[in-house]
Design a protein around this ligand. Structure first.
Ligand SMILES: *Cc1c(COP(=O)(O)O)cnc(C)c1O
Length: 388
């Protein structure tokens, strides 16, 4: 930013024609933020790779037959994921919704038109209690009833002919067996015997990329993840990958099919192309090197903040996924600064910095996931100023 300030006037003074890039946010009176929240939708979640931005701009210049784009993109996505088929969706939530509709309707277009009226269809989706989360609203958008179970016996008893699908929230210690009554391999085996498809929500398994083909290799029927988080594709995209018959049914239940429950989850051709390009890049990244860089940024902040008498600790990695988070706390009474006040000062300052409260609302938490080198210095400096 500082560079631009002297660089463009200098070029103009030299008689070089410069078109200073317009900032669409500042033109609206909005100041962009530095993101230390991680892939959080409310601040934009994804920092699209620069080359993806130009590929999407190129794709936007022409018309193309959407179904052809969907087929060609889907074929390459499926190869990356290790599945029969794949579809670009409106985020993971869109993928979960379409996957559920697909299990209910199959290829029957009369049923597609009938949803969310379940006449003539199964009416239940099975979810283990620790897998319940806000995003399973996408499952309920099909009109189904969620059957929640919290033991292996209850799970087995619930595998009735009325169950259309099992929703499984991914997130493991690497052995696919975190604290859950029925771990994934067993869930898949039991579901196969009962003839019920399993959909894994794999949105919280990135990084790293290998987790996606690993989930696919367990024999799940479908999996879903976000293109607009760490993958750094278009923010509103996601992927549904899995069995071809189910993916074909998911497509029937989505845009461009006008009379379908998923018509509102439209994905355009630029987003399909953009997500494919992002994923082709993402799947080849050196995740160990990325991890070292984020760790370096986190360690820098860990070393700087104690100079302002802040206490710092690293948050434990959640469910085996290496995301570096630093929690900074202070004695609120002696420093006369609340968590909310510090967060507000960071967000109101220059540059604006978005953070999250620490565990239990105490202190602030900084997530290092898509940050450019140097941003760690800015947040550390701002915090030292606030606590000076
Ligand atoms: C973020 C997230 C979602 C929703 O993803 P979108 O791409 O924003 O729709 C669903 N499930 C889990 C576990 C997530 O972390």
């Amino acid at each position: 930013m500082i560079q631009r300030r002297w660089f463009f006037p200098l070029l103009s003074a030299m008689g070089v024609a410069t078109a200073k890039p317009r900032n669409p946010y500042t033109e609206l009176g909005i100041r962009p933020v530095l993101n230390f929240q991680g892939p959080v939708t409310t601040v934009g979640a994804s920092r699209m790779w620069p080359e993806i931005q130009s590929i999407m701009a190129e794709a936007a210049k022409d018309f193309a037959v959407l179904a052809e784009v969907k087929d060609a993109v889907g074929e390459r996505l499926a190869k990356l994921c290790g599945t029969e088929s794949a579809l670009v969706t409106s985020g993971t939530a869109g993928a979960i919704a379409l996957g559920t509709y697909a299990c209910l309707t199959g290829a029957d277009t009369a049923k597609v038109r009938r949803l969310p009226d379940l006449t003539g269809m199964k009416t239940e989706v099975l979810i283990q209690k620790p897998h319940r989360n806000g995003y399973d609203h996408a499952v309920r958008s099909a009109g189904v009833r969620i059957v929640e179970v919290d033991s292996r016996d209850a799970f087995v008893n619930a595998l009735t002919p009325n169950v259309a699908m099992i929703y499984y929230l991914g997130g493991t210690r690497g052995d696919w067996a975190w604290e859950t009554p029925v771990p994934l391999p067993e869930c898949v085996a039991l579901a196969k015997k009962a003839g019920i498809p399993v959909l894994v929500d794999a949105a919280n398994l990135l990084p790293s990329w290998d987790n996606i083909p690993r989930v696919a290799a367990t024999g799940v029927d479908m999996l879903a993840f976000s293109g607009g988080k760490h993958v750094r594709g278009p923010q509103s995209t996601g992927v549904l990958a899995g069995r071809k018959d189910l993916l074909d049914a998911a497509w029937l239940n989505s845009s461009p099919h006008s009379d379908s429950q998923g018509r509102g989850m439209k994905v355009n051709k630029e987003e399909m192309i953009g997500l494919l390009a992002a994923l082709e890049k993402y799947s080849k990244l050196d995740f160990a090197a990325l991890d070292r860089e984020y760790e370096r940024q986190a360690n820098y902040v860990m070393a700087e903040l104690p100079k302002a008498k802040l206490k710092v600790e690293k948050a434990p990695f959640e469910r085996g996924r290496r995301v570096h988070r630093v929690i900074a706390t202070w004695d609120e009474s002696s420093r006369a600064l609340s968590t909310a006040e510090v967060a507000k000062r960071l967000l109101d300052g220059e540059p604006r910095i978005a953070t999250l409260p620490g565990p239990g609302g105490k202190g602030i938490e900084l997530t290092f996931l898509m940050n450019e080198p140097g941003e760690e210095r800015i947040v550390a400096r701002r915090l030292r100023e606030i606590f000076a």
